[in-house]
Write a protein that binds this ligand. Sequence first.
Ligand SMILES: O=P(O)(O)OC[C@H]1O[C@](O)(COP(=O)(O)O)[C@@H](O)[C@@H]1O
Ligand SMILES: [Mg+2]
Ligand SMILES: [Mg+2]
Length: 337
Amino acid sequence: MTKRISLTQYLIEQQRGEAQIPAQLRLLIEVVARACKRIAISVNKGALGEVLGTAGSENVQGEVQKKLDIIANEVLIEANEWGGHLAGMASEEMDDMHAVPNRYPQGEYLLLFDPLDGSSNIDVNVSIGTIFSVLKHRGGDVTNDSFLQAGTEQVCAGYCVYGPQTTLVLTVGQGVVMFTLDREQGSWVMTTESVQIPEDTKEFAINMSNMRHWDAPVKRYIDECLEGKEGVRGKDFNMRWIASMVADVHRILTRGGVFMYPWDKREPSKPGKLRLMYEANPMSFLVEQAGGAATNGLQRIMEIEPKGLHERVSVILGSKNEVERVTAYHREAQQAK
Ligand SMILES: O=P(O)(O)OC[C@H]1O[C@](O)(COP(=O)(O)O)[C@@H](O)[C@@H]1O
Ligand SMILES: [Mg+2]
Ligand SMILES: [Mg+2]
């Protein structure tokens, strides 16, 4: 019988081994993973659990909140606030950060999350997920500013995708590992030990309906892909767009590809749609740890110094050579200005 490695065993090995992750970080990851199990149960119940549909409220970014956005946010807060490993939490669904109440011990870490990613897919039974990122608290009172650290400061990032399987994907800076939820046992079992994104790809992911709003470098890249074998790329490309970043990134970590949610002319003052702290940074950490790359077209995403908790960013990530190509097109256009 093949030996099964549980999430707990993996994390204890990371504590003892080269990574030497502190016990507090190990416990934090276990608690997040447990919260994801609870969210997975709600997701699976669907209409039977009365978790579908909108909640009738808006988040700080003016987006309509789904019931599951709120449920997942509450599950993550409730699970994490009493354990003594956190100083505070920040979420896509909360205006300001949530400090750990005084009645509980204060920990050393800051947890950031997109509790439910892919909200438009909840009601249509398509893969959705939870994305999270962990930073070290630099001391003093916890405020919104405590969270404004570049992605390079992350000590852990991961996501859980609620799809045909429930999969937890994790990095503590020592590569990327995947765990699948064994529902009978209730445990996370390692199913991929070392995730590697192929450097080249023939698959891109972008919302094509926004094409008329794109900037020239994005248009150039996609046009060349669409020309296929007859064009400058000399090969045919395939397209996928799940509209859940978590599921699109999961595909890229599994078989390669390039994912783009670029700046566009619809709202020129917004740098992009996706959120730096809850989506772009954690996914960039995972992608880089798996041998891929992530930029905003001009700069490595993880080196951006955040100025606001809910800051948005243009995202290009995935197979290294493709990300470098799209980034080069942006830099050329910038220089020509
Ligand atoms: O509907 P669009 O514009 O294609 O946007 C899809 C993108 O929006 C998101 O759903 C935004 O995330 P939320 O669901 O957490 O708001 C991404 O997961 C996805 O890549
Ligand atoms: Mg999201
Ligand atoms: Mg969300």
